[in-house]
Design a protein around this ligand. Sequence first.
Ligand code: C5P
Length: 231
Amino acid sequence: MNNQAPVVTVDGPSGVGKGTLCQWLAMRLGWRLLDSGALYRLTALAALRRNLALQDETRVAMVAAELDVQFIPNTEGATQVTLDGVEIGAALRSETTGNAASQVAALPTVRAALLQRQRNFRQAPGLIADGRDMGTVVFPDADLKLFLTASADERADRRYKQLIEKGMDANLAVLIKEIAERDARDAQRTVAPLKPAVDAEILDTTQLDIAEVCAWALALVNQRLRIRVIP
Ligand code: C5P
């Protein structure tokens, strides 16, 4: 019998809307949130700050193992992230950091160094885990596994609108190319490649808005975990 806190995993490629869904689910259920992508992003940032080559597996894995990070949730559902005690601002979410993260994420020793840290997030009353391998590797015994997909063009378009809304520079053609590269790297790596768990519920969100995605996920949570959260 599994007497650990319940966990719902949400996996899928970059820009598919996992982050928004996971934040919403965590708020709705009052559960903790694991943004595993942030751990890979922080590892890449910390390695670059120490002037390490991103392919230097041994040293980057040491950085990952010793990562001094804090996730401090605020009342609006957003999270303040600190690295070595200092708040990381927009750099955490930039495309450059995302690409660097996907390079260090391909290194098996780096993934191993972050495994237990991710599992430690599983605490009562429950956890929403956002990533690429949450349902396949980190929480193979999850109570519910969700996997979101959307076409690469749609994901690039969503990301473009998000950046423009934030007043940042964006180029749609470059975003499409970068998303395709990141997808290929995440899906083709030998350890924990991006793929749905055999027992995952899969949703193609290309034609859906975020409210429809949230409703789909909440209905499954209610059904599978036998809890009643009203949409
Ligand atoms: O989700 P996010 O875009 O923040 O993730 C950044 C990168 O970290 C991804 O492109 C992926 O290569 C890597 N990642 C991973 N496994 C996870 C989460 C993220 O390999 N569980």
